[in-house]
Design a protein. Structure first.
Length: 186
């Protein structure tokens, strides 16, 4: 399933608006807390644009939810087997980024696998983790990328794995080639 049709954009917009309402936040207050402009938030909630990965990261931080929970209503309920054709895919064309929920989280399960593809010459920076102290394992399937975790850079190539517990900023950067990787979150 790909999140690119207008109905999926509309469902995501509605979910983000409902989430803001449940937290008792105005657009202005959410803008202050997330660092995303009120105008951009309004356009996202009105399904005029799709949020970028960085914007979703900022909203996830405000709500203290994993990004998958922001995208959750677009994903199917618990299934023991997740066929590739049924895995939810979200795209950020601004950054040449694709996020596939290989095994989306469920209330009874704590580990989540995400497959990411980041095009060449891209940079995505997350100011803060959605859930401080969450464990991450990044395994590079192909290509290479630099990941800076709380100011410490790490160069990863195909077959390399980086493990960390996240409390601060992370930056994902590719140079001359795209990178395909898997992140396990726990």
């Amino acid at each position: 399933m790909r999140f690119e049709t207008s109905s999926e954009t509309t469902r995501l917009a509605s979910h983000l608006r409902d989430l803001r309402d449940r937290h008792g936040l105005t657009l202005a207050r959410l803008a202050d807390r997330s660092g995303v402009s009120r105008a951009s938030l309004s356009r996202i909630e009105n399904a005029e644009v799709s949020p970028t990965a960085e914007t979703l990261g900022r909203l996830a931080t405000v709500y203290a939810l994993p990004m998958s929970h922001l995208l959750g209503p677009l994903e199917q309920g618990f299934q023991p087997v997740m066929r590739r054709a049924d895995q939810a895919v979200w795209q950020d064309p601004t950054h040449g980024f694709e996020r596939r929920s290989v095994s989306p989280p469920n209330g009874t399960l704590s580990i989540e696998l995400i497959e990411g593809t980041l095009e060449a010459g891209q940079r995505i920076a997350y100011d803060a983790p959605a859930i401080p102290g969450q464990e991450h394992h990044v395994y590079v399937l192909s290509g290479e990328m630099a990941i800076t975790v709380e100011g410490t850079p790490h160069r990863l190539r195909s077959g390399d794995c980086l493990r960390y517990v996240l409390f601060g900023e992370t930056v994902f950067e590719t140079s001359h080639a795209p990178c395909k990787y898997v992140i396990a979150l726990s």
